[in-house]
Design a protein around this ligand. Structure first.
Ligand code: FS2
Ligand code: SF4
Length: 544
């Protein structure tokens, strides 16, 4: 196997024997094969669009099949077997329809004629045979740009899938994904063309994130500042992890009146701030921190645990019988709740387990500072900047990993001067989410914008501030100090680049799939840089 798509990749270069995430050689081969099959389907879908053939069932499948290859999402080989077979069968039926409509139906690329092996072992052998990453291009820089684009597309597919679940789709997203996946079957393109393809991924993702924002806020209302308890309430309990608001809503509905309290873990924390979710009285608090601490925290949870999306880790024997998955997340041997979203097995498990025997108070955190709330006090914020009560804004966040060295972000936030604000989002915030940073003129200094899924909200805040100050976003007293871990972060970074945002600091290490020449392109055009050894160094440079 060879996989280097995430920040924790082995030795900072690539996982070759087993993934640090737990993905084994067989699963890596199946993911490569599914990506290959999706390239074949994409080639036909591109031609289909030229003759007016658009099939929403295929489009929705494409998002799921691509999202499933994101780090820490699905570890179940059987599901990959099904997706591979479905990708090929969709390709075949679509080819027939395209040919009947007079479109192109014959292709040189092997991906368009790939026939899947008859069983799992045969598929794994086919996946190994591909040597997928190396086959992208012999040229290191072109291969690097294709990897950036492919990982960006995985992030884009994830956000687009979340939005589609809430009824928000846009043709431009599907068109881009198919065109880019098809383009990657070619080799030797001019470097600039592939830089353009990668930036277009970021631009397309802005649309996806706007749709997701609209899906979330139109369905559940605009987040409002909300205090979330970190302790527990006596009673039966279910912990929900991942990012999916619809799954949470359905779980809340199905548990109403059953004497079960619902707790969030990781990226689900901001869900407490949505009016249509917080109205449920049994939606209680936040348990523990974020995904990378699941092995330490889940054995302590006395109820059932539901994973809605990324990031799952191998469940230890001590708690594996309590864990359920739904949507695209999966782990072999765990009970998976299908598309009927009947959470009865989760509820039965919660009722069987002891739950919390007593109330406990562990303090609370504030969340819900998405764009509507922050822009609601824009006048106050602008006045505070003009009067120099607020010197600078830092956006500190992004997705977090399990590797040591990420304390940089905790230390950074601790050292931010008192006259500066910290906006945060995604699971990176759990490095400092419970710190009491006080306020500036009544505005809390630490503002949680939401999940990584809410990056659009943070972008809108920056754009609105730039409008108010009549300047470019790059001229605002705002610095982005981001952590990255997986491919949703890759696509958000591409989105920021496509918006022309400069001087982003990225850590804790730079992606292994960026070649030195491609890094130079990013540095020259966007002045993107790695975080310094210490937060003090970065703070001194930024604040001058
Ligand atoms: Fe965190 Fe993991 Fe949110 Fe990423 S829960 S690192 O995939 O999506 O951010
Ligand atoms: Fe390694 Fe990350 Fe790939 Fe997992 S997703 S195999 S940890 S590079």
């Amino acid at each position: 196997m060879f996989c280097n798509q995430c920040e924790q990749t082995a030795k900072g270069s690539g996982c070759t024997k087993i993934g640090v995430c737990g993905k084994n050689d067989d699963l890596a081969s199946l993911q490569d094969l599914l990506t290959h099959a999706m390239q074949g389907l994409s080639l036909v879908a591109v031609e289909g669009r030229k003759v007016g053939i658009v099939d929403n069932e295929i489009d929705r499948f494409a998002l799921e099949a691509i999202f499933a290859c994101l780090t820490n999402v699905d570890f179940d080989p059987q599901r990959f077997q099904q997706w591979i077979s479905k990708a090929v069968s969709f390709r075949e039926t679509l080819t027939t329809r395209v040919a009947a409509a007079g479109g192109k139906s014959e292709f040189d690329a092997k991906a368009a004629s790939f026939t899947p092996g008859a069983n799992l072992a045969a598929l794994i052998a086919q996946g190994k045979e591909l040597d997928f990453i190396n086959s992208l291009d012999d040229n290191e820089d072109l291969r690097s740009l294709k990897q950036i684009t492919l990982y960006g597309i995985r992030g884009l597919a994830a956000y687009s899938d979340h939005a589609a679940i809430l009824g928000k789709e846009n043709e431009s997203i599907y068109t881009y994904i198919y065109q880019a996946m098809a383009e990657m079957t070619n080799t030797g393109q001019p470097l600039n063309e592939l830089v353009g393809l990668a930036l277009k991924c970021g631009e397309t993702n802005l649309k996806a994130m706007e749709l997701l924002d609209a899906g979330n806020t139109e369905t559940y209302g605009h987040p409002t500042p909300t205090e979330v308890p970190l302790g527990a309430k006596a009673g039966k309990a279910i912990l929900i992890s991942g990012h999916d608001l619809r799954d949470l809503e359905l779980l809340l509905q199905q548990t109403e009146g059953k004497g079960i309290n619902i707790y969030t873990h990781g990226e689900m924390l901001p869900c407490h701030s949505y009016p249509e979710l917080k109205k449920y009285s049994h939606f209680y608090g936040h348990f523990g921190t974020a995904w990378q601490n699941q092995a330490k925290e889940f054995p302590e949870f006395p109820g059932a645990i539901l994973f809605t999306t990324n990031c799952i880790q191998k469940p230890a024997e001590t708690y594996k019988d309590n864990v359920f998955t739904t949507g695209l997340v999966g782990w072999p041997g765990l009970v998976h709740i299908g598309s009927d979203k009947d959470f009865s097995p989760v509820i039965a498990k919660a009722l069987e387990l002891p739950g919390f025997t007593a109330d406990s108070d562990k303090g609370s955190v504030l969340t819900g500072f998405a764009r509507n709330t922050v822009l609601g006090v824009a006048d106050k914020v602008i006045e505070a900047v003009k009067s120099k009560a607020i010197r600078h804004f830092f956006l500190v966040g992004g997705c977090d990993g399990a590797k040591p060295g990420r304390n940089y972000y905790t230390n950074f936030v601790e050292k931010v001067p008192q006259d500066c604000m910290v906006l945060t989002l995604a699971c990176g915030k759990f490095r400092f989410f419970d710190k009491k940073l006080g306020d500036i003129g009544g505005i809390p200094r630490l503002l949680d914008v939401g999940q990584c899924n809410d990056a659009y909200s943070a972008i809108q805040i920056a754009v609105a501030l730039a409008g108010a100050f009549e300047c470019d976003v790059n001229d605002l007293p705002l610095s982005l100090v981001l952590s990255w871990y997986e491919q949703k972060a890759v696509v958000i970074l591409l989105t920021l680049f496509s918006l022309g945002i400069k001087d982003i600091r990225l850590g804790p290490s730079l992606p292994a799939f960026i070649s030195p020449n491609v890094l130079n392109v990013l540095v020259e055009n966007f002045a993107c840089k790695p975080v310094a050894e210490t937060p003090e160094e970065d703070l001194a440079t930024i604040l001058g």
